[in-house]
Structure formats: structure tokens, C-alpha cells
Design a protein around this ligand. Sequence first.
Ligand SMILES: NC(=O)c1ccc[n+]([C@@H]2O[C@H](COP(=O)([O-])OP(=O)(O)OC[C@H]3O[C@@H](n4cnc5c(N)ncnc54)[C@H](OP(=O)(O)O)[C@@H]3O)[C@@H](O)[C@H]2O)c1
Length: 271
Amino acid sequence: MPLALVTGASAGIGFQLARQLAERGYDIVGVGASERVADLGARLQGVQGVQGVQGVQGVQVVPVQADLATAEGVDRVWAAVEDADRPLDVACLNAGRSLGGAFLDTDLDDELAMLALNVTGQVRLAKRVVRHMAPRRAGHLLVTTSCSALTPTPYESIYGPTRSFMLSFAEGLREEMREHGVVVTALLPGATATDFHRSAGMGATKFGSNDWKNDPALVARQGLEALFADQDHVVGGNRATQEDAARNRTLSDPVKAKEFARSSRPGPQRE
Ligand SMILES: NC(=O)c1ccc[n+]([C@@H]2O[C@H](COP(=O)([O-])OP(=O)(O)OC[C@H]3O[C@@H](n4cnc5c(N)ncnc54)[C@H](OP(=O)(O)O)[C@@H]3O)[C@@H](O)[C@H]2O)c1
């Protein structure tokens, strides 16, 4: 069976990436930060009857609990890949988090820890992945960034730049890896119905409710289809999300910043 690595596999978009790769016949090395990754195999195989999720039988799932904000965490993940003792065919660098609130108020250590996960950890792991794939002249690397990469993100002021970094990194790396036979694709989800905004402390903003957001299964499917179709990037989400992303390519940064602040500023929505 081919092998896939998915970070952030215990929840949200990463869980759907892992499930859909399992459906495509991949064994999975799945990474999460907390203990909940331990039952990933059971969840993917439907043992616990996850609501709305069809189990995938016959796949081998290796759960890895690791903090990808640290070098040790990345080493632990890579050791699990090497333990599989076969080529890694697909890597989804997907784990990430945000932190909402006014920059005046947010905690600096928390922000630096987010940078360590969303940027430094991704680069560390990407280095391992491409050095493993390039000599084989084969492999697919999907980098989850965000539509937030296309706009200033006031009241989420460090998160957006981490996604811009990863988008630019993925597009550049894609060009380098082309001659080595490795495909690199960036996935830019729009707002998606996961734990993400709640974990970021954004419950009191427009992003607090999951009712209007994209289905993580749709976002993951679009990401994998783009990866296997060798596209440089794809926006993940419904038609409104696609239109918003296209619009964000044309508006000025000050206009986008004002619009974004209306949704991200804590408290009553402001005009
Ligand atoms: N949801 C959105 O609206 C949205 C929009 C655009 C882009 N994105 C991007 O999509 C990606 C996935 O987000 P999501 O919405 O699926 O989030 P999520 O539901 O909150 O899941 C986050 C995943 O990342 C893992 N994780 C968090 N911190 C980690 C750490 N320090 N080390 C290792 N793993 C860690 C979590 O593990 P535990 O479960 O153990 O904590 C979980 O598996 C992120 O990169 C995010 O930037 C999300």
C-alpha cells in the first residue's frame, strides 16, 4: 500500500484528508498534538462509528502524538515515517492554528508559539519530506495555507501572515521541485466548519458560528484533487468562497483590511 503523512489528522480538515487518502488506498501516518490522535485508526476504520463518516477497512494507521512547534516533535514524526520503511508517497502539511484578538492585548508567547507551529515547524518538516522524495523523483506534497494569505488579517494579525508565508513558500518550492519530479500544491481553505476558530478564541466574532462555513470534507477533496492534478494551488470551499478569493486578488490591502476587521473584531459586528 502507498504511504501518506497527514499532520493535524486528529480533527477538521486534516481528519478529512486522512480519511480520503485512506479511501484512495493509502496507509496513514497521522499526527495530532493531543491524546485524541490515539484513536485515529479506529475512527478511520469506522470502529467507533463516527457520525457521517464511512469507515475505511484494511488501511494501516500509525497515530503520532507530537508538538510540531518543536524540533523534537518534528523528529518524532519523521521517525514514525522512517519506521514504515518504505517511500512516503504523499505528505499533507496541514496542522496549524490561529489566535484572535487585538494585537495590543494578545499574548506574545502565544503568538511566537503559533509562528513556531505554522511556519518553523512546517519548514522543518518540509525539508525532511522533499529530501526524502527528490532522490526517488516521486511524491506529492500538499501544504494547507488559507484564503487569509490573500488579505491583511486585523484582529488575527499574526495568523494571516503565517499563511501568506506558507503560500509563497509552497509556490516557490513547487518550481524548485518540478525538476525533481515532486508535486507541490497549496490548499487555501476559506472559513471551514472545524474547531479552528473556537480554539483561536474567536467565539465572539462572525467566525464564532460554524453554521455558514465550508464543509471540511469538501475542502479536503478539493485539496487532494488539485494535488493529484498537479495544480499549483486551489481555493477550498463553495462558490462564494471561490468568488471571495478571486475578489481578494483585485482589492487594495486597506480595503481588504477594513472588511476583514468587520468579521474578526471581537464584540458586536461593526460597520
Ligand atoms: N478552519 C478554518 O476556517 C480554516 C481556514 C483556512 C485555513 N485553515 C487551515 O487549515 C489547517 C487545519 O485547520 P482545521 O480547521 O482543520 O483546524 P482544527 O480542526 O483545529 O485541527 C487542528 C489540527 O492540528 C493539530 N495541532 C494543533 N496544534 C498542533 C501542534 N502544536 N502540533 C501538532 N499538531 C497540532 C490538532 O491536534 P489536536 O486535535 O490534538 O489538538 C488538530 O489535529 C490549518 O493549517 C489552518 O490554518 C483553516
